[in-house]
Design a protein around this ligand. Structure first.
Ligand code: SAM
Length: 277
């Protein structure tokens, strides 16, 4: 393959992954983003890095889908704010009462908004309240973003989701994001986050992933292959860690019928659920 993949194009990859086992991911709309170029990337990646990623992404989606829908049903959250939302389809999978704020790079949100409107007007997607905000987490964005979010959210309860993003950011930009979360949320609100722990650096599939990225992916302005220790999540000011699961635990919960995966071949991501104190 001649063209290199841009970071935002990874959003097509994760949606295609989620479409691979709908019974696990529960994402019946992810397939709307499928395309040939992404299928070629996925085939290449499966051969050179790991063949388990589609399944792992279905587990990841399911974990957050279950958590968010449970909290929404209990009237604990009114607004879902998705940072680095890519082509996530949570707004359509969750109830119509939920207000959705989707934040990603300006090109991605513009493209998504247009495509969603087309899919809604031809009846392929139900109507939902979705606000799209274009931002680059590498830049100086906080003040503007806080006022844009507050204008929509007001003092409603919220769930912030950041999945599939932190790997691409550096530690300073990550800390800035979590500080921003603390500023826009109130006591009782939630954050769902996904990252690799430093243990992954010893795993063969991760070494292959780094080589794949170095060869084939165009980096962000301040790109890092960020891994984050569990202690980071235990020490976020104003938040308490409520839940933490890795992919092996999720596989045992949602797909116990499947054969066990070889740890050296698995890019094991960790899911964290934090509650504002
Ligand atoms: C692997 S995709 C994940 C998308 C979605 N969260 C999911 O799980 O399917 C990574 C997303 O992070 C976004 N992203 C990466 N770096 C970013 C940055 N510096 N500012 C804003 N968005 C960024 C990309 O545009 C892309 O949509």
């Amino acid at each position: 393959m001649s063209n290199r993949i841009e970071i935002h194009e990874t959003a097509f990859v994760t949606s295609t992954y989620r479409a691979s086992e709908e019974n696990i991911s529960k994402d019946i709309y992810a397939k709307l983003w499928n395309n040939k170029k992404t299928d070629q990337w996925i085939a290449d990646y499966a051969e050179t890095v790991s063949r388990h990623d589609p399944f792992l992404h279905c587990l990841r989606n399911r974990y957050f889908y279950d958590k968010i829908s449970e909290l929404a049903k209990q009237n604990q959250i009114e607004v879902l704010i998705n940072f680095g939302s890519g082509f996530s389809m949570y707004p359509f999978l969750l109830g119509e009462d939920l207000i959705n704020i989707e934040i990603d790079k300006p090109d991605i949100v513009q493209y998504k908004k247009k495509r969603i409107q087309e899919l809604q007007s031809n009846g392929q997607l139900p109507s939902r309240e979705i606000h799209y905000i274009g931002t680059d987490f590498n830049k100086d964005y906080e003040e503007k973003l806080i006022s844009e979010i507050n204008a929509i959210k007001k003092d409603k309860t919220s769930f912030i989701l950041i999945e599939g993003v932190l790997f691409f950011l550096n530690r300073d930009d990550t800390k800035r994001l979590f500080q921003l979360f603390g500023k826009i949320q109130n006591s009782g609100d939630y954050v769902g986050s996904v990252s690799y722990t430093e243990a992954i650096e010893e795993v063969s599939a991760f070494k292959k992933l780094i080589s794949f990225f170095e060869e084939k992916v165009v980096p962000n302005e301040r790109f890092e292959y960020q891994t984050i220790s569990n202690s980071f999540y235990h020490n976020i000011e104003g938040y308490r860690l409520e839940d933490h699961m890795d992919c092996f635990e999720l596989a045992a919960k949602y797909a116990s019928h499947k054969k066990q995966m070889d740890r050296e071949e698995v890019l094991d991501e960790n899911m964290y659920l934090l509650k504002k104190q």
